[in-house]
Design a protein around this ligand. Sequence first.
Ligand code: DGY
Length: 338
Amino acid sequence: MHRLLVQPTDVVVPPFPMAPIVFVTRPLPEPGSGLLHDLGFEVRSNVEDRPLTRAELMAGVEGSDALLCMLSDRIDAEFLDANPSLRVIANYAVGFDNIDVAAARARGIEVTTTPGVLTDATADLAWALLLAAARNLGAGERMVRAGEWTGWAPTQLLGEPLRDRTLGIVGMGSIGQAVARRAQGFGMHVVYFNRNRVSPQIEASLGADYVTFDELLRRSDFLSLHAPLNGESRHMFDSRAFALMKSTAVLVNTGRGALIDEAELVNVLHEKRIAAAGLDVYEFEPTITEGLLELENVVLAPHLGSASTLARGDMVRLCCENIVEVLAGRPAVTPAPG
Ligand code: DGY
């Protein structure tokens, strides 16, 4: 895993002639934006725990050297043109579909993300959703809370077993691999689809077989999505894909909502053309697609993939480290791919 270099006590702050300005778009967990202050930056922050409007974002960032932003902040060419002082944009996420990276780099602005530090947290959450969806935990919890549980029953909320079943992983980057590693403990077979096949060593260590997307859809009992969202992957789960899946399949998404055509997912879950889904991310986040909330066979989480104290703290450190490096004229530690 990536070693975090920036610690409040041992960092050597570059000799900036004047404190560079960093704009932070949302309150951060420990060590918080105070770390940037300790590193010698002038920190300007949104102190309200809500996403900024476009106008607020534009006004807040004006004159800044660096931006530490969230996945809910849209950074496009218009934004970049309005902010020529920016030299680095540190996205507080591993996904970066909210940023036009090519447009930023064309203007000499580096874009960085937070890979590595949230891998385990996100893989754990994918498994939490997989287990919850497979074993009807959402429906069960609702029943108990509603006072409708009358006691143990042989036929109650029967779910899908995991052992000897096939887990299909879409996107075999570090999070996909961490999900595959955990599957070994459940005695599952793993197949995966990725733009590029991973090395034979990694395949062997994970016991994972590379298959085409269609084969993965046909063979998988459980599917977990970890592909980045881009023009190619948007709506890769559409009516064609759902038609190839097993009627007993369980679909888990901790990647990005728009990997799935959510309106179609609602139909498919409603008609039991797949068994269940576990979602952490949504196509129109935070708006939930009509029909999803009424379904019993879907478990819904509020984008918690990286939400562990360790991961979220390390994401702060990694963003700060990237800002230090770029403003000091050195290469970013974790530049956005592409
Ligand atoms: C990410 O990092 O892209 C997650 O969705 C939020 O942490």
